[in-house]
Design a protein around this ligand. Structure first.
Ligand code: SAH
Length: 492
């Protein structure tokens, strides 16, 4: 018989028997922090319990659920002493949906928490010294004489609702039959119908609602995951905030849509601003939304949007930042930190569709962008042409492979900008940055832990982190975005 042993040879049940908390029992917990998924981190008899819905500073009554050796999970039964930062979540489906994690925390407190998460990561993971106090959001790069890294207040939105420019809504068969579209009930694949999402632009809600109504009227069958029968799998709505252009994409389990002309006519009638109606075919049994083929049912294959002065073409499958208002704030900050005069050579690593590259190109001599997804580089080149930008060159490949090759070709950047995915920069890339010795490194990060880890490597290699600016790209969620400025030490 296979037994789960710990180092001392004790059985799992014995370990749990020794815990100061017993499964299914009720306790009073003191909440001391917020965990990675927005859950309260509580303490009971010195033991850590993760409590969804609880906030730091609160005293709560909970029921212990799943227990492990070092920590456990508990259900919030009652808030005995509420945090002054607790608010009523405005969304009626907040608890069922799981798309937002922080709606029960006031927006000001969310912004403070996001800054603190960056500070804690820099100190604990990066072993970096952070200047004391909240440095405000001056962000002029001048922290001469200060001890440690200046971490500014999180730049938040004046209206932190309805900020998303893209909705991707799964469609399914209701238990009682009929078509529903909305979100997956937490921890399941059951689709709950939804008419309004408070972080989604109103236009996207209206588009999805209209398409669902039309699909019902035309008798289009919803896709059923169980049997993989039925046609309509997902409705995607994209909205150009600065142009008003709308794209609708129908993801179907099959090439043919019966009465497609009628469908297009009804969508055009219901959605006056629509510029593009596309169909993407996905016949795989998969959670991946898009299949390989996309065709235009009506209108253009792209819609346009602008960030600052830069214009972007967005196709059905293009990556494009989902919060355009804060994207501009983030990129302006990155541009600021790059400190360009018009002459510099700049590398944009992990460049996606070239958004940051095109921003930088306006003030640089030459920009080189590298990205691993070939389609994104196609978009980047198209966007450069669209904007008449000719001082930027894009290459497909791993940043950790292409940038060393550029080094061998004699490219010597004054500034390197990196914007890696959650896992952070590849070690080989960090090494190349240290060898290339740019005067500045601007690090855009969506994960404070890997940011801190990578800053440590750059600091050890001769750079100093001057300041970090958190920017709230995803209000009411636990995602924390920030941009850091590093300069090369004069002595190195
Ligand atoms: N800077 C862009 C995209 C950032 S997202 C923007 O602001 O829009 C991170 C990007 O890194 C993704 O496009 C992903 O495809 C790309 N990527 C992931 N691993 C990579 C690697 N090893 N080398 C280059 N790009 C990579």
């Amino acid at each position: 018989m296979k037994r789960k042993n710990n180092v001392l040879g004790a059985r799992k049940e014995d370990i749990l028997a020794d815990l100061p908390v017993v499964k299914n029992e009720e306790y009073i917990a003191d909440v001391i922090g917020i965990g990675h998924d927005g859950e309260g981190v509580g303490r009971v008899n010195g033991f850590t319990l993760f409590i969804p819905g609880a906030l730091p500073g609160e005293k709560v009554r909970v029921k212990a659920l799943k227990l492990k050796k070092q920590y456990g999970y508990a259900k919030l039964l009652q808030v005995l002493e509420a945090s002054p930062d607790r608010v009523d979540a405005p969304c009626p489906i907040y608890k069922q949906c799981g798309g937002c994690q922080l709606q029960h925390l006031s927006y000001g407190a969310q912004l403070r928490w996001k800054r603190q998460l960056v500070v804690d990561s820099l100190e604990r993971i990066g072993k970096l010294q952070v200047a004391s106090g909240d440095a405000g959001d001056a962000g002029d790069g001048s922290n001469e004489g200060r001890q440690g890294i200046v971490v500014h207040s999180t730049l938040g939105m004046s209206d932190p609702w309805r900020y998303r420019n893209k909705a991707q809504v799964p469609i399914g068969l209701a238990m009682e039959g009929g078509l529903v579209g909305g979100f997956y009930a937490q921890g399941s694949h059951r689709i709950i119908d939804m008419e309004a999402c408070l972080i989604q632009h109103e236009n996207n809600d209206a588009v999805v609602t209209a398409v669902k109504r039309i699909a019902r009227e035309l008798g289009i069958r919803p896709y059923d995951e169980e049997s993989s029968k039925g046609l309509l799998r997902h409705v995607i709505a994209r909205y150009g905030f600065n142009t008003g252009e709308i794209m609708v994409v129908l993801v179907t389990n099959g090439k043919e849509i019966a009465r497609a002309d009628e469908l297009v006519g009804l969508i055009r009638e219901a959605i006056p601003g629509v510029r593009s109606i596309c169909q993407n075919v996905n016949r795989e049994r998969t959670n991946v939304i898009f299949g390989d083929t996309t065709k235009v049912l009506w209108g253009s294959d792209v819609i346009y949007d602008t960030i600052g002065d830069v214009r972007f073409a967005i196709s059905a499958r293009s990556f494009y930042q989902v919060n355009p208002v804060q994207t501009e704030v983030l990129y302006r900050k990155a541009l600021d930190f790059a400190g360009l005069s018009g002459e510099e050579t700049v590398i944009d690593a992990y460049c996606g569709i070239g958004t940051i590259s095109l921003f930088l190109a306006q003030r640089a001599g030459q920009v080189y962008g590298v990205e691993i997804v070939p389609e994104a580089i196609e978009d980047a080149r198209r966007n450069a042409l669209l904007n008449g930008v000719n001082n930027v060159q894009f290459e497909v490949g791993g940043a950790e492979v292409v940038i060393p090759a550029w080094k061998r070709q004699g490219i010597a950047p004054d500034v390197i900008v990196v914007d890696p995915p959650r896992k952070g920069c590849d070690a080989a890339l960090l090494e190349t940055i240290l060898e290339m010795r740019p005067a500045r490194v601007v690090y855009v990060s969506c994960n404070a832990s890997t940011l801190a880890r990578d800053l440590r490597v750059l600091e050890d290699g001769g750079y100093r982190t001057v300041e970090v600016q958190p920017v709230d790209m995803f209000p009411h969620t636990v995602h924390v975005e920030s941009v850091a400025l590093l300069v090369r030490n004069i002595t190195h």
